[in-house]
Design a protein around this ligand. Structure first.
Ligand SMILES: *[C@@H]1O[C@H](CO)[C@@H](O)[C@H](O)[C@H]1NC(C)=O
Ligand SMILES: *[C@@H]1O[C@H](CO)[C@@H](O)[C@H](O)[C@H]1NC(C)=O
Ligand SMILES: *[C@@H]1O[C@H](CO)[C@@H](O)[C@H](O)[C@H]1NC(C)=O
Ligand SMILES: *[C@@H]1O[C@H](CO)[C@@H](O)[C@H](O)[C@H]1NC(C)=O
Ligand SMILES: *[C@@H]1O[C@H](CO)[C@@H](O)[C@H](O)[C@H]1NC(C)=O
Ligand SMILES: *[C@@H]1O[C@H](CO)[C@@H](O)[C@H](O)[C@H]1NC(C)=O
Ligand SMILES: *[C@@H]1O[C@H](CO)[C@@H](O)[C@H](O)[C@H]1NC(C)=O
Length: 772
């Protein structure tokens, strides 16, 4: 026991791998990644989801209602019917004086929605802390029968539980009392006259469990319940959480004298999700069952689990995968015996019946053994690596299998963060690559759930506020061949004939895609020519050239093709990639912004900065210096805009890195700017650039304007001061050393431009000298 504990606490400060951010971020209601929302103003907590087996109806358990939603089309969700199911006045009244928040807690929260047969649904609701069950006729749309349902679903609206209906029998894992202290795993509605079965209550088989999901092993006739609980095998004092899988046999009928009407097949094991040299992730948040590929053995069924850690001080989660074969093996192995308050590992000799189905006719001594031997000797270990996400708190997971362009099968995970982002992740080597993230809600939700419809290509997310359908892929949002390939999305590929990024739903088209790594450039020849945008400016105008990163993983580099006049330029690179400078004779010319990712370069913006010939041009430029918009002026210049890495023009000048200058500017201006270095957009909470409505351009441009204006002002003041000094110098002839302390020595003034910031003076910062 001590060694287990020591193992648990091994290097609590373990290493954190620097995982890449999601490659692309789509904020809520981004036009490029449309979602379908459904809500009703008078129905909340729409979070118990079940899809009809023809995928045309989504049954939704909510507060005081069961909704039948028409989802026959992927792009609309409409209400087919609402079955109202509220607590009675009496139930509400009884509840009101027992709970803290009667308005919320004394509703009927529908926890369980299961299919009974072709015409009926089974539902169970908290019903103002007095659980009730009912059958609903989905054709006549009526509640058929209703009665008390203790043990089938929780009293509390927000407690998690698991239930599944198999052949019209209900298997449920929940607590059975008002306070949620008595956990139970039971079979109800038992058929063929066999008794309902529950856990032996003479010993405490579960310790404060939090049930997460249930899965059925069709071959082994077993059910597996997944949950976390307090692990008494480690310490009877400390509250150490342990993630678990528990088994029961579907057809268990209990013993004859011992374990009457109790599971003779109940057993539990620990799930191990521990990265090397780190404490285990010991709280199970969700578990998804991924059926094996067609033709493969059922033992290849995979369970994808999302875990968090009781010891984390920040958002952090891990994803571990378990195999049905390993779970079966563990329950067929050794068991620990509960004796005098501790668990002893006993040799398996002669006890092969433990953990097996069909013990009902066994001898009393065998059943007594079964009763005290419910904890397996071994833990279930994951297959493959433990994927750690140091900055994400995932709460739900669904997984789909897909055949990618290279004819190989990939598992695609959809992970829901607490903060409302859906991460689409693909395992590659030792990592889970997050291909994209899609915001599905803004505020953290008290209840949430996810189901996947592979056939419809949709993930349904149910929350306190409504139901959202998220397409598993939106391939055309990858605009170019390179973007399509850099995404490495197994659900998408580039079609050279149609010249779009397309889904792989049997179009018959051969498509190009990079999956495991980017191998050279598969997009040759360059598929599009990016034309220069003309930017007309007047001398000494501030020019801002925009460049938006095509992905969070790309780095941007600006180049200015005219080498002859580079010596007296001043460039400022904004954190968002924009390039700002003062127009001068030397700064007219062609500017290119290149994005580099995985060794592939792509020009994403190209500008021709020219001198304005008339004041009309000028005023236009002042308002909107670069964004071409509807008045886009394209030029005859036909330079191929896609420059291969190797043969970038020799005279191209990449703006160089000067961390000193950056530091000096940052001191005075806060971190709105960095100088002459492309700084990857800071990704504090990974909402970057995909929703124009969500951006705060006013604030950003305000900053830039402020800075630029103060720079200009400073320049003007400097000129004035210089002028005054000169005049003063002439008047008081004789005093030769009339140089301002801030003016540079003559050697430098020829090749550099100086700007003295007034605003910096009050920060007691040094004078700002920016050298290109
Ligand atoms: C329902 O959705 C609409 C827009 O789709 C939104 O304006 C409204 O606030 C939502 N209502 C609730 C209760 O969430
Ligand atoms: C579902 O909606 C579609 C149109 O979106 C309609 O054609 C169909 O009849 C509806 N089905 C039901 C059962 O209401
Ligand atoms: C379906 O189940 C309900 C509830 O048990 C029952 O009343 C009904 O007769 C069943 N229908 C069929 C077609 O079996
Ligand atoms: C589900 O599909 C099967 C056939 O695949 C059908 O027999 C059954 O009636 C369907 N159940 C429901 C509830 O529609
Ligand atoms: C247990 O014994 C009874 C009769 O004694 C028999 O009918 C039943 O099939 C047996 N059950 C099993 C699982 O062997
Ligand atoms: C910028 O320069 C600093 C120090 O000169 C160096 O450490 C850093 O790696 C450079 N950054 C880039 C992007 O070249
Ligand atoms: C980027 O930042 C600059 C200066 O801060 C601002 O003028 C420009 O509008 C920003 N561009 C985008 C696309 O946000």
């Amino acid at each position: 026991m001590a060694s287990s504990l020591a193992l648990l606490f091994l290097s609590l400060l373990g290493s954190t791998c620097a995982l890449l951010p999601p490659r692309i971020s789509f904020l809520l209601n981004s036009p490029e990644r449309p979602l379908v929302h459904f809500n009703l103003t008078d129905v909340s907590n729409t979070a118990t989801l079940l899809l009809s087996n023809d995928s045309s109806t989504l049954y939704v358990g909510a507060s005081n209602a069961i909704l039948l939603l028409n989802v026959s089309q992927s792009d609309v969700i409409s209400l087919r019917h609402k079955v109202t199911w509220s607590p009675s006045k009496v139930d509400r009244g009884d509840c009101a004086y027992k709970v803290q928040d009667p308005k919320v807690d004394c509703q009927n929260f529908v926890h369980v929605v299961q299919r009974v047969n072709s015409t009926h649904l089974y539902v169970c609701g908290s019903n103002a802390y007095n659980p009730q069950q009912a059958f609903i006729d989905v054709e006549r749309l009526s509640v058929v029968q209703q009665d008390e349902a203790r043990g089938r679903c929780p009293f509390s609206p927000f407690e998690r539980s698991s239930a599944v209906m198999i052949d019209q029998e209900l298997f449920a894992a929940t607590t059975t009392d008002f306070k949620g202290k008595n956990p139970q795993i039971s079979r109800f509605l038992s058929k063929d006259g066999r008794p309902d079965i529950s856990l032996d209550s003479s010993i405490s088989l579960l310790e404060d469990p939090r049930f997460v999901s249930v899965s059925v092993d069709p071959v082994g006739q077993k059910l597996y319940f997944f949950f976390s609980e307090i692990g008494k095998e480690f310490s009877f004092v400390d509250q150490i959480q342990i993630p678990r899988v528990a088994q029961v046999c579907k057809d268990d009928i209990g013993g004859q004298r011992i374990l009457q009407k109790k599971w003779t097949s109940f057993a539990k094991s620990a799930l191990l999700c521990q990265p090397p040299e780190q404490p285990p992730f010991n709280i199970l948040e969700d578990m998804f069952t991924l059926q094996p590929p067609e033709g493969a053995d059922a033992s290849e069924t995979l369970f994808y689990g999302v875990f968090t850690s009781q010891w984390s001080r920040r958002p952090e989660s891990a994803v571990c995968t378990f195999r049905l074969k390993d779970i079966r093996d563990v329950f067929a192995g050794t068991f620990k015996t509960l004796e005098k308050g501790t668990y002893q590992l006993k040799p398996p000799a002669g006890r092969q019946y433990l953990g097996q189905c069909g013990l009902s006719n066994s001898s009393d001594s065998e059943l007594s053994e079964a009763k005290m031997n419910y904890l397996t000797g071994r833990n279930v270990k994951p297959v493959g690596p433990v994927f750690v996400f140091p900055e994400q708190k995932y709460s739900r997971v669904v997984v789909m299998k897909t055949t990618a362009a290279n004819s190989q099968q990939y598992d695609v995970l959809f992970l829901l963060t607490e903060s409302g982002f859906l991460h689409k992740a693909v395992p590659s080597d030792q990592d889970l690559r997050v291909v994209e993230e899609i915001q599905v809600f803004r505020e953290p939700q008290r209840v949430k759930s996810m189901i996947l419809s592979s056939s419809k290509g949709l993930v349904y997310v149910g929350t306190s506020e409504g139901v959202t359908a998220v397409p598993v892929a939106q391939c055309p949002s990858y605009r170019s061949c390179r973007q399509c390939i850099l995404a490495r999305d197994p659900l998408c590929g580039w079609s050279p004939t149609r010249r779009t990024c397309t889904g792989l739903d049997g179009a018959g088209d051969s498509v190009v895609q990079s999956l495991d790594s980017i191998k050279g450039d598969e997009c040759q020849p360059a598929e599009r020519i990016l034309q220069h945008q003309d930017v007309f400016v007047q001398l000494n105008e501030v020019v801002t050239l925009q460049c938006v990163k095509p992905s969070n993983l790309a780095t941007l580099r600006w180049s200015f093709a005219d080498a002859a006049v580079q010596s007296d330029r001043l460039f400022i690179q904004a954190a968002n990639g924009s390039l700002c400078f003062l127009a001068s004779a030397g700064t007219f010319g062609i500017y290119r912004c290149q994005a580099e990712e995985d060794g592939l370069m792509e020009v994403v913006a190209s500008y021709n900065v020219r001198q304005a010939s008339s004041p009309r041009h000028l005023s236009k430029v002042n308002r909107d210096p670069v964004t071409p918009g509807p008045e886009k002026r394209s030029v005859e210049t036909e330079d191929p805009a896609v420059i291969p890495v190797s043969d970038a023009p020799e005279d191209e000048t990449f703006i160089t890195n000067d961390s000193d200058a950056e530091e000096r500017v940052t001191q005075a201006k806060g971190d709105a700017f960095s100088v002459q270095e492309i700084v990857p957009t800071s990704r504090k909470d990974s909402r970057s650039m995909k929703n124009p409505a969500e951006e705060a351009p006013t604030q950003r441009s305000y900053h830039s304007e402020l800075v630029v204006v103060s720079l200009l002002l400073a320049a003007c003041v400097l000129i004035l001061v210089l002028g005054a000094v000169r005049i003063w110098g002439r008047r008081s002839a004789g005093s030769g050393s009339d140089r301002l302390p801030s003016a540079d020595d003559g050697t430098k003034t020829n090749t550099s431009m100086e700007i003295h910031s007034l605003s910096a003076a009050e920060d007691a910062g040094p004078d700002q000298t920016i050298i290109p």
